[in-house]
Ligand binder design. Structure first.
Ligand code: B16
Ligand code: MG
Length: 218
């Protein structure tokens, strides 16, 4: 009998590198607000919802009290418009190394596959990548109340595909996402070299290291 029944993937930074486009769009907004930041600070935005990301940037610049709710919504929309423009050319060529083969292998071995993304653009990006049919279910930001690091998005994905959390592997590139997987009671695989990922059960430096053999040998 298989130890795990399902693999639940994060989208940005795991399936495709839209994390870079989020960074570019937030960076431009931050600079326009007089709040420049680097890649190290950007790590704290990964996996975090749009509104929470904006709050973190405003706090960094100590401008958290300078904007009304409506103004903050306008700023978040401005960032999203820029981001949506950047992802217009996303295609199957943007699937991160090894991920397409892994999805094929997981299917062939009978694993269920789901997605747990903090992005409201998750459906559009998955469609542009040509990967829609591989997922038994996608939970995006529109369907959750509490964003990562809360486990809700991963728990909803497990529920939707009819498996117990402890039979799931979660795959993430963000510290907040690894915390969400841990608190969901799932096995956490982190992808990346950031020191903030060490609370995962397994850390791999890049997606091409995540193979069906790795999963079957846990
Ligand atoms: P949107 P994931 C997350 O997606 C990103 O990592 C995070 O940087 C972004 O702010 C968040 O989605 C919200 O995205 O603005 O498109 O709704 O990594 O959970 O797939
Ligand atoms: Mg991510």
């Amino acid at each position: 009998m298989k130890k795990f029944e399902a693999v639940i993937f994060d989208l940005d930074g795991v399936i495709t590198d839209t994390a870079e486009y989020h960074y570019l769009a937030w960076k431009q907004l931050g600079e326009a607000l007089g709040i420049p930041f680097d890649r190290e600070f950007n790590e704290t935005l990964k996996g975090v919802s749009r509104t929470d990301s904006l709050d973190r940037i405003l706090e960094l610049g100590q401008r958290q009290n300078d904007f009304s709710l409506a103004e903050k919504e306008a700023l978040a929309t401005k960032k999203n418009d820029h981001y949506v423009g950047l992802i217009q050319n996303v295609s199957p060529a943007d699937i991160l190394p090894g991920i397409a083969q892994l999805l094929i292998d997981l299917r062939a071995k009978g694993y269920k596959i789901a997605m747990a993304s903090a992005s409201k653009n998750a459906f559009a990006v998955t469609d542009s990548l040509g990967l829609f049919d591989y997922f038994d279910h996608i939970v995006d930001a529109a369907k959750v109340v509490h964003s990562k690091p809360d486990p809700e998005v991963f728990l909803k994905a497990a529920e939707a595909i009819g498996v117990a959390p402890e039979t799931c592997i979660g795959v993430e590139d963000a510290a907040a996402g690894v915390t969400a997987i841990n608190d969901a009671g799932m096995y956490a695989i982190a992808i990346g070299t950031d020191a903030g990922l060490s609370h995962a059960d397994m850390v791999l430096s890049a997606t091409d290291e995540l193979t069906i053999e790795v999963i079957e040998n846990i």
